[in-house]
Structures are given as structure tokens and as C-alpha cells.
Design a protein around this ligand. Structure first.
Ligand SMILES: [Zn+2]
Ligand SMILES: [Zn+2]
Length: 458
């Protein structure tokens, strides 16, 4: 019998982790860290692994909600083979070392006593056991070679993959991880299998979002280009809060093209920190990872002015400058949060959002606020200093996740015997289930509850 156990602690985009068991073979898919919970509560339900070794841990990509607690899982199960792509290994290493720094700062500033959950030294030690696997080449897992695993390019960020698990008796389980089927600026769309899947374990981040029928990425880029040009020509500064991994590299490349073509003035772009470190990894792997434009290096397309290392440094935004800074959700104690306090009250300035914001985040509060309303930039809506929104505020859709229509088309093309929905809040999962019941009638749809086990493929 083949079973799936959901080790994610709640029905949401939290600490992603799933256990697939086929007889004696146990494979763990992802080892995430909850983005909003501090301390040990950020871990998946590792206690349900019962101290029994998984043979293999597959990490689909280097966002922390998929790789953030891998070192802890490895310390518990040092014999498990840990598999990921080269891109995920290199990006993941930088992400996890940065996470140690963030956790240590939280221990100092917010008194989170469990932090850091692991040290730089412990990370270096476990990372030596990561096995890098190429896309599209099957490999065996388990002592009696009980399972065949193949990684496919997921088009989400550098190194991202979906994983096909094929059991000895021929059951084919495909886990999408986070997927984008459309081309982004640097990373091309997913190259997933389009047949021969019995069980599809699918993310549904955008399950509750219907995209505008007239949407194109070019149109969004045009809107953004105009906003930047108007703000700069009107004597303002542009603040773009951005995730360090993925969105930063895509956006930086686009800003370079806007400047080169003269669509925006030739003004300084301030960029640094983790985003710059990860851009170096993107560039270093430009020739050996799948790219839309093979060999193109971001650093050669656009010049940047390094940011101060310390988010509390006294840099002020000044007119005629672009600031591409993290965090994307303007979390407290980050540079984008600090700069927002200066930009918000200034009519000539602009804040341009390019990604998802959690409803509790300062970024979401700014997006929701009307002109002239007060917003607070602390951890909660009633915390921190209040600022009036007088600057231009715009949002663009450059998602690294598939639209729900793309997911529905994919499910329909595959015609699996069973679909399992993960990586979405309850609303997204419920809406996706309703739609799938119409798109693929008769196919059982499973929304796995946290901590529970389910038979697969029956
Ligand atoms: Zn992701
Ligand atoms: Zn994710």
C-alpha cells in the first residue's frame, strides 16, 4: 500500500513537508519552515516520522517554506539521502546561511529563545551530504531499488523541480512543488510530464484568484515602466519591495532592459544584501541551468549601487533613484520597511509592489489603504508608527506561481486517477476542488489534513 502523510502543521502555505510511504520505502518531499511562526512552531510535524529513517528527502526548491528546516531533519535522520538540483543546492546554501543570521537577530531583538534552530557550522556539515541530481534523469531510491525518482523543471525559480516517484508496482506519483508554466524573464516555464501520472500532488497558491482576461506580462511591465518614468521625471524616488530570491533577479534584469532601451531614465538602482548574493549564484549558473536566455548574466545587463549592509543604517531615499530592496512584504526590521516610512508621506514618490503580500503584512496594509489614510508598519496593524499614504502605490502581477486556469488545464491534460491539493490556504484549496470536480469529473480530489495519512492511487 502507498500512503501520503501531510506533515505540514496547518492547511495553508506554511512549512511544506509530505511523507510518501511505499511498503518499507519512505520519501519525504520538502522540509520547509513556516514563514510567519517563530521558534520551534515553524517546524513541520517531524515528530510523526516516529524516529524511523526516511530513505530519501527530496527538496523541490530553495524558498524557505520548502527548505528552511532541512538541516534539522538531516540531523534527526543522518542516513537519509538528500536530493535536489544543483541550482537548489547553491541557492539553498545561501538562503539557509542567511536564515541563521535572521534567526540569530530575532533571538536578540524579539527574544525568540529557540533561535537559531541550527548554526552556520551545523549547516556546513549537513550540506556536505546533499546529492545534486540533474533534471529528467531517473535515479533509484531504497535498498532494494524500490522506487524510481525523476526531477522535472518547475519553472518557478532557479533550480526548482517537481518530482515523479514511480513505485515497483508501477504507481506513478507526481508532486509539482511550486510551479509556473509561463515564461518569466530569466526562468522559462515548467517542462512537466504531460501523461502517465496516476496521482497528482499539486500546489494551488492561486486557487482562489481569477486572473484578468486581458492580463499579459508585457502589459504589467509596460504599466510598471510608465510608473517608474513618471515618478522619476516628477522628481520622486521609487521603492520596489521585493523577495530576495527569484523576483529580485527577474526584476533587476527587466530594469536593465528598461534603462537600456531608454524607456526609463538612466538613474541609479540601489540593490544589495541577500538579493545580490543570490544574483551572483544565478549568474554563476547561467550556462548550466535551464534559462530562457542561456548565458545571459544579470550583472552584465544592469549596474547597481550597493546598499548599506545594515537595515538600520541611515540611508534616506532621494529623488531620481530606484530602490529594489527586501523584504517583499516589508516585514519589520527590514530595509524596505524602514524606507517605506520615508516614502509614504511624499506625493512625488512611489511604492511599486511586484509580488504577493500576506494579509497581516505591512505591505498588504499599504496596498489596502486609500490615499491620505494612516498605516502602521509594525508586526500588527495596531503596532508601530503611523504614516499617511500620500505617495503613488501600485501593484503588478509577476507571479512565480501558475494561475489556477493553468493548473486546471494541466490536471485535465494529465487525467490522473487521484489529485491531492497542497500549498494553498483553505479558500484556495476549496475553490480549486470545486473547479476540478467540473474540469476532471469523477477524479477523487483529496485535501489532506495536517498530521493525517491517506492511501494513494486506490
Ligand atoms: Zn516557492
Ligand atoms: Zn512555496
Amino acid at each position: 500500500m502507498t500512503t501520503l502523510t501531510n506533515l505540514t502543521a496547518a492547511c495553508e502555505i506554511g512549512a511544506n513537508c509530505y511523507l510518501v510511504e511505499v511498503g518499507a520505502v519512505r520519501v519525504v518531499l520538502d522540509a520547509g519552515m513556516h514563514p510567519k511562526v517563530d521558534g520551534k512552531g515553524a517546524l513541520p510535524l517531524y515528530e510523526l516520522l516516529d524516529g524511523r529513517d526516511p530513505q530519501c528527502i527530496i527538496v523541490t526548491h530553495a524558498h524557505l517554506d520548502h527548505i528552511g528546516t532541512l538541516p534539522i531533519l538531516q540531523q534527526q535522520f543522518p542516513r537519509a539521502e538528500v536530493v535536489m538540483t544543483q541550482g537548489t543546492a547553491e541557492v539553498g546554501n545561501a538562503m539557509l546561511h542567511n536564515s541563521v543570521n535572521v534567526m540569530s537577530a530575532k533571538r536578540m531583538e524579539d527574544g525568540v529563545e529557540d533561535y537559531p534552530l541550527f548554526t552556520h557550522g551545523e549547516l556546513e556539515h549537513v550540506a556536505m551530504n546533499w546529492v545534486q541530481r540533474p533534471y529528467d534523469v531517473p535515479f533509484r531510491v531504497g535498498e532494494g531499488d524500490e522506487m524510481l525518482v525523476t526531477l522535472y523543471d518547475a519553472g518557478h525559480i532557479l533550480g526548482s523541480c517537481g518530482a515523479m516517484l514511480e513505485t515497483n508496482d508501477g504507481l506513478r506519483i507526481f508532486y509539482t512543488g511550486d510551479v509556473q508554466f509561463e515564461n518569466q524573464s530569466l526562468i522559462g516555464g515548467a517542462t512537466f510530464p504531460d501523461h502517465g501520472v496516476d496521482v497528482l500532488i499539486m500546489e494551488c497558491t492561486h486557487g482562489a484568484t481569477e486572473r484578468d482576461r486581458h492580463y499579459t506580462r508585457e502589459r504589467e511591465l509596460d504599466r510598471m515602466t510608465r510608473a517608474i518614468r513618471n515618478t522619476i521625471e516628477g522628481g520622486g524616488a521609487v521603492l520596489i519591495p521585493v523577495f530576495a530570491l527569484g523576483k529580485s533577479q527577474e526584476l533587476l534584469y527587466e530594469l536593465g532592459k528598461m534603462k537600456e532601451s531608454g524607456r526609463i531614465p538612466d538613474v541609479p538602482i540601489h540593490f544589495g544584501g541577500l538579493g545580490a548574493k543570490l544574483t551572483q549564484v544565478y549568474d554563476r549558473l547561467a550556462d548550466c541551468t535551464p534559462r530562457l536566455r542561456p548565458g545571459v548574466r544579470v550583472k552584465e545587463c544592469v549596474e547597481t549601487v550597493p546598499l548599506p549592509k545594515d537595515a538600520s543604517a541611515t540611508m534616506l531615499p532621494s529623488p531620481g533613484n530606484i530602490y529594489l530592496v527586501s523584504s517583499g512584504m516589508m516585514s519589520p526590521h527590514t530595509l524596505s520597511n524602514r524606507l517605506a516610512g520615508y516614502v509614504l508621506p511624499h506625493e512625488k514618490d512611489a511604492i511599486l509592489f511586484v509580488g504577493y503580500s500576506d494579509p497581516d503584512s505591512p505591505a498588504a496594509r499599504i496596498k489596502m489603504a486609500g490615499q491620505g489614510e494612516l498605516v502602521r508598519l509594525g508586526t500588527r496593524a495596531d503596532r508601530g508608527q503611523a504614516y499617511p499614504v500620500r505617495c503613488r502605490v501600485e501593484s503588478y502581477d509577476f507571479s512565480g506561481h501558475a494561475t489556477r486556469e493553468a493548473l486546471l488545464h494541466y490536471a485535465k491534460r494529465l487525467k490522473p486517477r487521484q489529485i491531492v491539493l497542497v500549498h494553498g490556504d483553505t479558500e484556495a484549496q476549496e475553490e480549486m476542488r470545486e473547479l476540478l470536480e467540473k474540469w476532471v469529473p469523477g477524479v477523487p480530489i483529496l485535501l489532506p489534513e495536517p498530521g493525517k495519512s491517506y492511501p494513494l492511487g486506490e
